[in-house]
Design a protein around this ligand. Structure first.
Ligand code: UGA
Length: 340
C-alpha cells in the first residue's frame, strides 16, 4: 500500500484532498499540520461534506470511521528543533504532498517576512529532505507565479498562461505582495534543476482560484483578511459594505474545489505520466470580474438567503492601499492553458 505524507493537510485544499484519498482507499495516509484542532476540524468538515453529498445514513459514524483511518501529526516545519522528526516522517513515506503556505494576499502585504519563511524557507527544507532521501514530491505552488498578464504590454486580451511557454511577470520590489510569488517561483526553479541534474521525482501544481466549502474564515469571526469570497459573504451576512478594490475590474476564473481535488488525485496516482511536470489546475469557464462577482453574490443572497427586513449590503469602491496597506499590487487577469 502506498504511503503518503500530506503536509498542511488541515487547510482548505489539503483537507479536501486528504478526505478524497481516504474515500478512494488504497493508500496509507499521514496528515500533518500546525495544530491538532486545525487537522481535526478541517478533516472532519471535509468528510462531512463528502458524506452529505452521497446522502449516506449514519453521518457521524461514517465520519468517525473515515477520520480514524488517518494518522495525525502535529509539527511546525519551520521549527528547527522538530527537523529530525520531520526527516524521520518523510523517510517513512513513499510520496510527500506539500501544501504548506500562507495563501492570503493580505498577509503577503502585512507580513512579507513570515510569508517568505513559510512559503520558501519551510518548503525548501521539505524539498531538501526529499532530495536527500530520494522521495517523490508533489509540490503545491500557485498561479501567482505567472504574475501579471502580458495583456498589460501587448494587445492579447485573452492570454492563457502556459506551464512551459509563458514568461513570469512580477511587479517591483516595493510592492511586497510579490514576495509570495517569487518565493514559490524560486522553489519551482530549484525543484526543476534537481529534476534535470539528479532525476529528482516531482510534480508541481499551480492552483487557479479554487472555491467551495471551507474556503476561508469570516473576518467578523476571526481576526485577519481572508480571500474575496469570504469578505463578500461576511459583508452580506452582516449588512456591511462589499468593498471593490481598485474598482473591481480585475478578473479571476473560479474552480470548484472538488473538481480541483479530482485533478490532484490523478496527479498523485499517475506517477510516471506526471513525473517532472508542472500543472495548471483550473478552468476558464467561470471567469468573472470581481465587480460582477460582487453583484452576482449580492443578487443570489437577496433571492435566497436574506432575512426579512435585512438591509442589503451596498457595493463601494476602495483603493488597494486603503484595503491592504502599502505594498499591494494586483493581477489583472488570470486565464489558463489547462490542456495538460
Ligand atoms: C490569492 C492567492 O494569493 C493566490 O496565491 C492563490 O492562488 C489565489 O488566491 C487562489 O485562491 O487560488 P487572489 O486571486 O488575488 O490571490 O485572491 P483574493 O484575495 O481572493 O482577491 C481576488 C481579487 O478580489 C483581488 O483583485 C482583490 O483585490 C479583490 N478583493 C478582495 C476585493 O475587491 N474585495 C475584497 O473584499 C477582497
Amino acid at each position: 500500500m502506498k504511503k503518503i505524507l500530506l503536509l498542511g493537510a488541515g487547510g482548505f485544499v489539503g483537507s479536501h484532498l486528504t478526505i478524497e484519498l481516504l474515500k478512494r482507499g488504497g493508500f496509507s495516509l499521514t496528515a500533518l499540520d500546525l495544530t491538532h484542532e486545525k487537522l481535526d476540524e478541517g478533516l472532519r468538515r471535509a468528510a462531512q461534506f463528502e458524506i452529505e453529498d452521497t446522502r449516506a445514513e449514519d453521518t457521524s459514524g461514517a465520519i468517525n470511521r473515515m477520520v480514524s483511518n488517518i494518522q495525525y501529526v502535529v509539527l511546525d516545519i519551520l521549527a528547527s528543533e522538530q527537523e529530525a522528526e520531520l526527516k524521520s516522517l518523510i523517510s517513512e513515506h513513499d510520496t510527500i504532498v506539500n501544501l504548506v503556505a500562507v495563501c492570503n494576499p493580505a498577509l503577503y502585504v502585512s507580513d512579507p517576512i513570515y510569508t517568505f519563511d513559510v512559503g520558501f524557507r519551510a518548503n525548501l527544507k521539505v524539498f531538501d529532505i526529499c532530495a536527500e532521501l530520494d522521495k517523490r514530491l508533489i509540490q503545491f505552488s500557485t498561479s501567482e507565479v505567472y504574475g501579471k498578464s502580458p495583456s498589460i504590454y501587448v494587445k492579447d486580451q485573452a492570454f492563457h498562461f502556459n506551464e512551459e511557454e509563458s514568461d513570469l511577470i512580477m511587479g517591483p520590489i516595493n510592492r511586497h505582495r510579490w514576495i509570495y510569488a517569487t518565493g514559490k517561483q524560486l522553489l519551482e526553479r530549484i525543484i526543476h534543476a534537481y529534476g534535470i541534474k539528479h532525476d529528482f521525482r516531482y510534480s508541481v501544481i499551480r492552483p487557479f482560484n479554487y472555491i467551495g466549502e471551507m474556503i476561508d474564515y469570516l473576518p467578523s469571526q476571526k481576526e485577519g483578511s481572508p480571500r474575496v469570497f469570504s469578505h463578500f459573504m461576511d459583508a452580506l451576512l452582516n449588512s456591511r459594505p462589499m468593498k471593490l478594490v481598485n474598482g473591481g475590474h480585475q478578473k479571476r476564473c473560479y474552480t470548484y474545489i472538488k473538481d480541483a481535488t479530482e485533478a490532484h488525485v490523478r496527479i498523485i496516482e499517475r506517477e510516471e505520466a506526471c513525473d517532472k511536470e508542472i500543472f495548471n489546475v483550473g478552468t476558464n469557464d467561470n471567469e468573472t470580474s470581481i465587480r460582477n462577482f460582487a453583484y452576482r453574490m449580492r443578487e443570489i443572497y437577496d433571492q435566497e438567503f436574506r432575512l426579512e427586513g435585512q438591509e442589503l449590503s451596498p457595493i463601494v469602491d476602495v483603493s488597494g492601499k486603503e484595503f491592504y496597506g502599502e505594498g499591494y499590487d494586483d493581477i489583472d487577469r488570470r486565464l489558463l492553458d489547462n490542456s495538460k
